[in-house]
Design a binder for this molecule. Structure first.
Ligand SMILES: C[S@@+](CC[C@H](N)C(=O)[O-])C[C@H]1O[C@@H](n2cnc3c(N)ncnc32)[C@H](O)[C@@H]1O
Length: 397
């Protein structure tokens, strides 16, 4: 997502239908908070705000993606993203002698469609392309996109309600999925780390500091011991509490192949850097980005950057190998982005300039190019992966 920032008072007001929808989710949150003796963890709040059935941001009808929505992701910006990924998938599928693909959180389905089209061109179509998507609303949108963009291959696509059966061989993909997993927020105080909770007050939802919590204390102690320094008083940040369990359910069926995640984030030392003392939570609403997750419930996306060291640690704990880690621009270069651009005839000026503009958007440092990172996690796959051949930065993790 690359979006200009906004101050809270410049956010456009929701229309009456959206406002009524948000009010219904607010009622739901209020009841949940009352049932929980007046406070819920931020992770629970984020789970409900994004995924409460029929009400959460990803579970109801808001437009979300693209120019008329709240944000734009790399596959929405340019088909070159999926075409590069396809080359990485081709390499894995070829090594395995065929196999399947599974996409987690497929958004509008545009990446699935562009991947299938490119894999067809490369003569490397997977036996099946499965999508694991919790949002029924988005599943419908994905079906439509595939029917429009890749009708001849859409019969290879299936939607799953749970991770595939054991014995899966192939590639698992997740673009901007890790940043959508609910995070626990904490603040370091003189009495030790405290979980940040969400309460209901006279003026609506509000942050509160919870008491000492063994899970938060243990998580912070692991983070600090790995960092080799203590986070200072007042330091506020977050972590994904169920990352390892989540990854285990995704990785368990994998007999051989690779999981590939692309997302914005940092290695742990940069994530919990002294300069990032207020954390990484961000909200996306109508192409504005701000840092107040408690407003506009159900109408805005809530995300946190990814601690890629935590992803690597979780991967090792569930029996995967960390096969590569690099920035998005290096990953795309490794997958042949510049060769794809070179295929466009420079005499076709308009087309060439448009492709060059898209390459810039995907690779510019300070934007998607290095704010986004790619990580590959493998099982029973020993080849060097081309996406990490340009530059592998596992030593940063
Ligand atoms: C920011 S969107 C990214 C969509 C798409 N991958 C793209 O790049 O345009 C996050 C997606 O992750 C999905 N998602 C959230 N939690 C998930 C989970 N636990 N498993 C699979 N998908 C999930 C959301 O429903 C949504 O489709």
């Amino acid at each position: 997502m690359i979006i200009p920032t906004a101050s809270l008072n410049t956010l456009p007001a929701p229309d009456p239908v959206a406002a009524a929808h948000s009010a219904r989710l607010l009622d739901h949150l209020r009841a949940e908070i009352a049932n929980a003796d007046g406070a819920i963890s931020f992770a629970r709040f984020m789970e409900l705000a994004l995924y409460a059935p029929g009400l959460g941001y990803y579970r109801a009808g808001a437009r979300k993606f693209g120019p008329g929505g709240d944000f734009v992701t790399a596959p929405e910006l340019s088909p070159l993203f999926a075409r590069c990924l396809a080359r990485q998938c081709q390499e894995v599928l070829h090594t395995l002698g065929g196999g399947e693909m599974l996409e987690l959180g497929a958004g509008t389905g545009i990446m699935a469609a562009d991947l299938l089209l490119e894999l067809r061109t490369l003569d490397a179509l997977p036996e099946r392309y499965a999508i694991l998507e919790p949002s029924g609303d988005l599943r419908e949108r994905q079906r439509q996109t595939l029917a429009d963009r890749a009708p001849e291959w859409s019969d290879r696509v299936v939607w799953l309600d749970a991770p595939p059966a054991p014995g899966f061989r192939g590639v698992v993909l997740g673009n901007e999925v890790l940043d959508a997993l609910p995070v626990e927020c904490f603040r370091v105080t003189t009495q030790g780390p405290r979980r940040l909770t969400v309460r209901w007050t006279e003026t609506g939802l509000a942050w509160a500091e919870g008491g000492a919590d063994p899970a938060v204390t243990a998580a912070l102690s692991r983070i600090e011991s790995d960092l080799g320094w203590r986070l200072p008083e007042g330091y506020t940040s977050e972590y994904i509490p169920h990352l390892q369990d989540w990854l285990r359910t995704i990785a368990e069926p994998l007999a051989a192949g690779a999981l590939l995640f692309v997302d914005y984030g940092y290695p742990r030392r940069e994530y919990y850097h002294p300069e990032r003392a207020t954390g990484t939570l961000l909200c996306h609403y109508r192409h504005r980005v701000h840092d107040d997750p408690l407003i506009l419930p159900g109408l805005q996306d809530i995300t946190a950057s990814v601690d890629f060291t935590a992803v690597a640690d979780a991967a090792v704990a569930v029996g995967l190998e960390v096969a590569g880690y690099t920035r998005q621009n290096y990953f795309l270069f490794g997958c042949g982005l510049m060769e794809l651009l070179a295929e466009v005839d420079a005499a076709e000026t308009v087309r060439y300039l448009e492709q060059a503009r898209q390459v810039k958007l995907l690779t510019l440092p300070g934007e998607m190019g290095d704010r986004f990172q790619a990580i590959a996690l493998t099982r029973n796959l020993t080849i060097p992966l081309r996406g990490f051949a340009f530059r592998d930065e596992r030593d940063r993790l």
